[in-house]
Design a protein. Structure first.
Lengths: 440, 440
């Protein structure tokens, strides 16, 4: 059963189906009027649907007056249904056009629109985000989210093939999951709850049931960032696995990244062209740099970071020419720079099995081997200034048979940014949320 | 590269790989000790991993004293790595057992456990939910979430095949999306936000960009339910599509349900057996009953519902023998029973194009043709006692070229309940959230 219908008009084609070989065939199309040009004898109308655009050509002398009346009532971004005949045409972009016999207006437009949805009139990001639904109609913006869709398809294919089980952990939690980072409080009936920052503790627990788990979903950080790479609601791609360590999950992470690039190259040619992006295949295995090596590189650039301190974005940017177009790992971070659940080296507890996954100067994922002993976890909570009593439920699970385990969290929006060379995370988020923006 | 490693021990098999044909081969396994029985000359140890269980048999006279010491230190639910040799055995459940040569304890257990994770000792639901991570180790509970994983695989395969684009709509919103139902307030920096109850308005807007969209994710209702079919955080499977009506999206919904059942029948045989469930194929097309027909059925059962009133669960239960094991639609609901965005019939505005998707007495999805004209939407908001000013951003989008559209929302947990014959939604939610439960 065809799924696109409208009353007695049943869609026969999408724009991308229209080609010279169908010359003479009847067609029914639906879409938005992208452009109208009245050339006197001819009217050209560009119709946009989910698959692209197609040209409608109206020869005034051949057209009924009723059709011409309808066309006269149509403006840019109007939604229309079109009945017509396909005509091979050398002039038309796809080698064929449609000569309409009937047009029906399905949705009108009130002018002026707050934004030009073709993208030909440039607009500031805030103007664009205020009229996001129009901004999303720009070919470039749509391309981003088509690619996002394909990243998710490739990722889930990867997880399914590797035996990961999809989990749905709670967003409403009674206390901080990660500690440190700020939480959004929620009025939960007569008490206070918080929005989860990550599935971290739940996914660690769930390896005791499923061994390999993954989750893709929204998480929340109440940090008052005001940068181009932070939003307060973001999409995390998380995995956690039992009986493995950081090296193993780094191998999974680089393989996933490589699979995603291969998949996009094959399935998003048009959208990548629209964005003018040529994807480069990461060469596996990616390079692993230790924290100490990065510190040495920084020193070479005249940037002094005391051992044990975190590395900030300006520092990474100083290394940009050393890591141009490079995906790489940074390993062996000082334990004190990492979250409480990251495992310290057995022979040198100052060093940890935490890692960051980087592209050029930006962190796009982080992970590590996790602590699997309760006493060590309690010690680390204390060292982080956190109260083990707030983690009682979680700590208890370490007495029920906790295997060694490791995992990571990948920022979906960050991945889109680096793949597509986009500098503002708001561009790759359908309806971004930041400190100043809660609408649309 | 094998992904399961642990130091120098690399996993060679999962429990389900162990079979008579591998007689004599070396093996390395990881898992949890499900059971230990010391029979004097022999010790039987059952090892559980993500794929199932396998028997380890230790012949005391052949075993090293070091191995026997290690086995003596192992208890139920301990995490162990096992090295050994596969031995064909008629007595072992899978036609083969493993004779260990070495055992390493990777995670200990502190007794008593708050719950018997084999499920042999029955426990009240609250006791089980308090120790959920142990409850999840019961074969029945694990089976539910393996099946949940396969439902999601089948659903996304369906959506991808039909050209739906995955969307991620905001969970943090500035005002009520649906009106009516209660919202959880969030302290969002210096102002108030709310947790989204559904992606409803965003998905409607997004059909103007992608035509066909879907989202799977957590949503929140602050209703003070205290029933076995409500939780306050749930997983919604949502679609929305342009240029179609309720009939079309009902066809999609029944096809998806059918595809899911076919997929589960093929890929979850073991888990369905564990649960003692035999899935019945829904026969398409499913029956469509009008609201009026259901009212007449109710009258036949002596249950009086005034026309225009909603139908409550006790009423549906009165019809149980008429709809036994039946998936069905109820269409043509009175407009006033439905949300403001559901389209009224053109020729009789008292009736709407809203529908419910039912199994026996339970609603598992609802949807309909949506209103696509701004004035009518404003009128319906007023009729519902809602203030159009709270919906300004959304209403504006109806002036940018809004196509006719329709969609539905499917409750993932509700689907699991009806497929598996489970009566409490908390059983099919990893970590359920209700008015009284915010942990674990």
């Amino acid at each position: 059963m065809p799924l696109d219908t409208l009353g007695d008009r049943r869609r026969t084609h999408y724009s991308s189906d229209i080609k010279a070989e169908l010359d003479g065939e009847e067609t029914v199309l639906f879409g938005w009027v992208q452009d109208i040009r009245d050339l006197g004898r001819l009217i050209f109308l560009t119709l946009r649907d989910k698959e692209g655009i197609v040209q409608l050509t109206i020869h005034k002398k051949d057209a009924s007056s009723s059709l011409l009346d309808k066309v006269a009532g149509v403006g840019k971004e109007y939604v229309v249904g079109v009945k017509g005949r396909i005509r091979a045409s050398r002039e038309a972009a796809r080698g064929a056009e449609v000569v309409p016999t009937d047009i029906k207006i399905l949705g009108a437009v009130k002018y002026p629109l707050p934004l030009d949805p073709t993208g030909r009139v440039p607009a500031e990001i805030d103007v664009r985000l205020n009229a996001r639904i129009l901004d999303l109609r720009r070919p470039q913006t749509r391309a981003i989210f088509n690619i996002c869709n394909e990243i998710l398809i490739a990722s889930r294919t990867f997880f399914n093939a590797h035996g990961f089980v999809e989990i749905h952990t709670p967003r409403l939690i009674a206390s901080a999951t990660e500690g440190g980072a700020a939480l959004f409080p929620v009025e939960y009936f007569d008490r206070k709850a918080y929005l989860a920052q990550s599935p971290q503790l739940y996914k660690e627990q769930l390896v005791t049931v499923f061994e390999k788990v993954y989750e893709v979903g929204p998480f929340f950080r109440a940090e008052e960032h005001d940068t181009r790479r932070h939003v307060n609601e973001f999409t995390s791609i998380d995995i956690e696995q039992a009986f493995v360590d950081a090296d193993d999950v780094m191998a999974i992470l680089e393989q996933l990244t490589s699979d995603v690039v291969v998949h996009l190259t094959q399935s998003c040619r048009g959208d990548l062209e629209t964005l003018g992006v040529e994807l480069k295949m990461p060469k596996l295995p990616l390079r692993r740099y230790t924290y100490d090596q990065i510190l040495a590189e920084l020193q070479g650039k005249g940037v002094k970071i005391d051992w044990g301190e975190d590395i900030d974005t300006p520092a990474y940017r100083a290394l940009q020419d050393l890591h141009r177009e490079e995906y790489y790992f940074i390993t062996d971070w000082p334990t004190k720079t990492k979250a409480f659940y990251i495992k310290p080296h057995e022979d040198n507890p100052e060093l940890s099995y935490g890692f960051d996954f980087m592209y050029e100067w930006m962190e796009i994922a982080s992970g590590g081997t996790r602590i699997d002993r309760k006493e060590l976890l309690i010690q680390r909570l204390h060292e982080k200034g956190l109260d083990p009593r707030d983690f009682e439920d979680h700590l208890n699970t370490y007495e029920y048979g906790m295997p060694p385990h490791a995992g990571w969290a990948f920022g979906l929006e960050r991945l889109l940014m680096v793949l597509l060379g986009i500098e503002n995370i708001r561009e790759v988020t359908l309806f971004p949320r930041d400190r100043y923006r809660l609408t649309p």
